[in-house]
Design a binder for this molecule. Structure first.
Ligand SMILES: [Zn+2]
Length: 80
């Protein structure tokens, strides 16, 4: 039983939205607003999936890594 059935499921390019369950998530690169050190910062070019129906966004693992990184850098700096 070593065969892997690739005919069902595994449509990695099409992810249904877990929020509205009707939309599809589309990968995109966008600015993302978050808070760091009681301030709002905008991180540019964050990798995320956006629902084409409800507009909900879900950060990808590398996208959230980028946001975390930006928050850490922001906290390292004195007031700009
Ligand atoms: Zn949705």
């Amino acid at each position: 039983m070593n065969k892997i059935n690739t005919q069902t499921g595994n449509c990695l390019d099409i992810i249904p939205c877990p929020r509205c369950e009707g939309g599809l998530l589309v990968a995109t690169l966008e600015g993302f607003e978050t808070s760091a050190d009681n301030q709002t910062i905008t991180v540019t070019d964050v990798e995320m999936d956006r629902c084409d129906q409800c507009g909900e966004i879900f950060l990808t693992p590398s996208g959230s890594e980028r946001v975390d990184d930006a928050r850490l850098k922001h906290q390292d700096q004195p007031n700009q």
